[in-house]
Design a protein around this ligand. Sequence first.
Ligand code: PLP
Length: 453
Amino acid sequence: MRKLLEDAAQRAISYLEGIDSRGVAPLPEAVARLAVLDEPLPVEPGEPAMTLKLLDEICSPATMATVGPRFFGFVIGASLPVTVASNWLAGAWDQNSALYHVTPATAQLEQVALRWLLDLFDLPRECGGAFVTGATMANFSALAAARHAVLSNAGWAIEADGLCGGPPITVIVGAEAHPTLIKSLGLLGLGRNRIIRVPVDSQGRMRADALPSLSGPTIVCTQAGNVNTGAFDPIGEICEIAHRAGAWVHVDGAFGLWALAVPSMLSLTAGLADADSWATDFHKWLNVPYDSGLALVRDADALCAAMAVTADYLPTASPVRNPSDLTPELSRRARGVEVWAAMHSLGRRGIAELVERNCRYAKCFADGLQSAGYRVLNDVVLNQVLVAFGDAEETLQVISELQTEGTCWCGSTVWQGQTAMRISVSSWATTDNDVERSLEAMLRIARQRVRQR
Ligand SMILES: Cc1ncc(COP(=O)(O)O)c(C=O)c1O
């Protein structure tokens, strides 16, 4: 066993040490070699060392270097080395972190991390928190609590009696809500199409003045951090209107919630704490390994009512927090370990610096591109930049060539009818030099395209 695990550690270390000297996207030849894996299930047991060798030799070159410093696609954080190391240790522990009584160490780490997070974000300390796979499930979990609360206020027990025959719930979202939030609403039986979509402004912010009049069981879903522009809905204003009508306000803050950790971003985050529930990711801006996200609910009892299970063989009656009383799953990996490790090692200042640094780099990209004559389509308020290099065809061509060239990796989007390249700066590993090198590659490729025309 020792040899195998040491071999795995060595291979992982070599992979991480080599990340800066390879192209960000895997080479087509490496991707083609994945076909080697497509073999029949071996009949006889084999040598574990050979299994690991195959995994590393075939798969490592075919990975996207998202853990490196110049991946700017989607919103993808790298993994801090301390979180990779903690993940290895937690993997060795293999704790099923459902019940404190059974897995006290990992339940305690989650509990401490939750306390630190509420303190860091300055959100109500009584919040219930569920450590889940990511923002999709965080939205799902928080909205399950919302569904419980608004129906319970209307005298309906959703968990016992289901949605059929119960009072209808009005669900309001901004026209720019993330598609996974809409998916969560569908999973909860609230319908993907029966929701009311409120118009947004040029940055994708829900217009508070365009909210419909609210009455009866209502959930308003807001957003802190638009996946394209980084913009925040006017959440304080929306909370004021919604709470007057007794509605529940939820915030999808998959990455934007981390602005709460930065004192200089107060103007962006004002009113965020007035909401009733929040969803965020750890695998984005806290830079922990996949998969890791968090649902926070002011009324912890509503989250428990939506999620807790009881059975004779499960010792759930406990004076301490049982993680599975708050999550959709019973059995689950100890994802709180890496969250705790990241927070313990970065501290309050380190987290704020990471977020601030990424936002500063986003501004550098926007300034550099704008000075070279390219059109930046959004107000860069966070870590997201949208740039057009001309019409849709020209922009997509630049993106494709940039991805092939390998210095960095950016994806595409269509923002309010305009095709753009998205730059999302979310990695702890990105440095000034990485921004300079990436900007140089973007400009070189964009200029070459113009010369070729
Ligand atoms: C605003 C927003 N909400 C939800 C999600 C979904 O997050 P995840 O993929 O971690 O489930 C994302 C992903 O980028 C996002 O930006």
